[in-house]
Design a binder for this molecule. Structure first.
Ligand SMILES: Cc1ncc(COP(=O)(O)O)c(C=O)c1O
Length: 363
């Protein structure tokens, strides 16, 4: 059989969770709750849902699904441009922000180049870098947060990119304004900072860095955001990136021509307009967070305070065994370390199910 290069054969594929229906069939359970992928538990905005149905039934001929989508996402870019006060040619639309990570890596890295990232952080960063024959340099977190000083220290002549997930997945922590400023001050031109802000709408700390400021100053920064989290459109696969137009222009050269579909583009436009859905989603997350903190405190279980829609829990016991035992209780969480799990903040009844199952499993 034809053999791939060693940097491909040694890659470990991303392990997605099984569909809920499949798990239920396997375990003979019903009504399970999925708190494993940091999705919005209330679903998408009703305005986005309405436009999806309208697009299927009454769409303008140019938007009917027998036609190819608008490859560049013109109308969505226009909407984002107004909302964020950036030019349309400073925006790129991706099939989820996942695709934009990959496009950025393939645009700016060559085999042998280095890209710096934290560990643990979003697992797609090292996969994407290694898939190109470039070298992921993983810097351990410090107090569950990106160690920006150590990351800047790790820059060499070969460094082309630095990934910062802010908030970080799986720990839910953020890097603050001051340390981000010092970090940016230390970087020279020619190193692209990828600020992955998939959860930024959930952040409550006022000290959160305004990365748009660096982009407006012409710095080498790519800001990534998504419609998969608070906007509740994970299944449609759509996200966006913001950078100076010369960076976007290069990335656009390798973006597949029709990478995002008509339905996703339309839904994203209406999701951006639905301010009620956004604030309701935030409120449910905040209330769920406080409930889970209170219950975990009363059980004496350690966790890392979160700025996102999930909580990193330090179980103090084997996380894979715990995961399987929770499954039998119909609760799907994510083991993310030998003794650590990540649980998505759900609806009140889902959070209660999680706590009830947790109590049963830990005895
Ligand atoms: C930090 C981070 N970045 C990016 C993504 C990818 O999101 P998308 O669905 O937009 O590809 C995720 C999804 O879990 C994430 O946690």
């Amino acid at each position: 059989m034809i053999k791939p290069p060693e940097y491909i054969s040694t890659l470990r594929p991303y392990a997605p969770g099984k569909p809920v229906e499949e798990l239920e069939r396997e375990l003979g359970i019903r009504d399970s709750v999925k708190l494993a992928s940091n999705e919005n538990p209330i679903g998408p905005s009703p305005m986005a849902l309405k436009v999806l149905i309208d697009s299927l039934i009454n769409s303008r001929p140019s938007m009917s699904i027998n036609r190819y989508p608008d490859g560049s996402g013109y109308l969505l870019k226009k909407e984002l441009s107004l909302k964020l006060s950036v030019d349309e040619d400073e925006i790129i639309i991706g099939n989820g922000s996942n695709e934009l990570i990959d496009i950025a890596v393939r645009t700016f890295l060559q085999p042998g180049d280095e890209a710096i990232m934290a560990n643990p952080s979003f697992v797609v960063f090292p996969m994407s870098v290694q898939a190109l024959g470039s070298k992921p340099i993983q810097i351990p977190l410090k107090s569950y947060t990106h160690d920006l000083e150590a990351m800047a220290d790790a820059v060499t002549e070969r460094t082309k990119m630095i990934f910062i997930a802010n908030p970080n997945n799986p720990t839910g922590t953020i890097n603050r304004k001051g340390e981000f400023e010092r970090f940016m001050d230390r970087l020279k031109e020619g190193v692209l900072v990828v600020s992955d802000e998939a959860y930024y709408e959930y952040v409550t700390t006022p000290d959160y860095p305004d990365t748009m400021k660096y982009f407006k100053n012409g710095r080498d920064i790519l800001i990534l955001r998504t419609f998969s989290k608070i906007y509740g459109l994970a299944g449609l696969r759509i996200g966006y990136g913001i950078a100076i137009k010369d960076i976007i222009k290069e990335m656009d050269k390798i973006r597949p021509p029709f990478n995002t579909n008509t339905l996703a583009q339309n839904a994203a436009i209406y999701a951006l307009r639905d301010h009620d859905h956004l604030s309701r989603s935030k409120e449910i997350n905040e209330n769920g967070k406080l409930y889970l903190y209170k219950e975990l405190d009363s059980l004496n279980i350690q966790y890392v305070p979160t700025e996102a829609n999930f909580i990193y829990i330090l179980l103090g016991r084997d996380s894979n065994i715990f995961y399987k035992e929770m499954l039998r209780q119909g609760v799907i969480i994510r083991p993310v370390g030998p003794q650590e799990i990540r649980v998505t903040i759900g609806l009140p009844e889902e959070n209660e199910r999680f706590i009830k199952a947790l109590k049963k499993v830990i005895g």
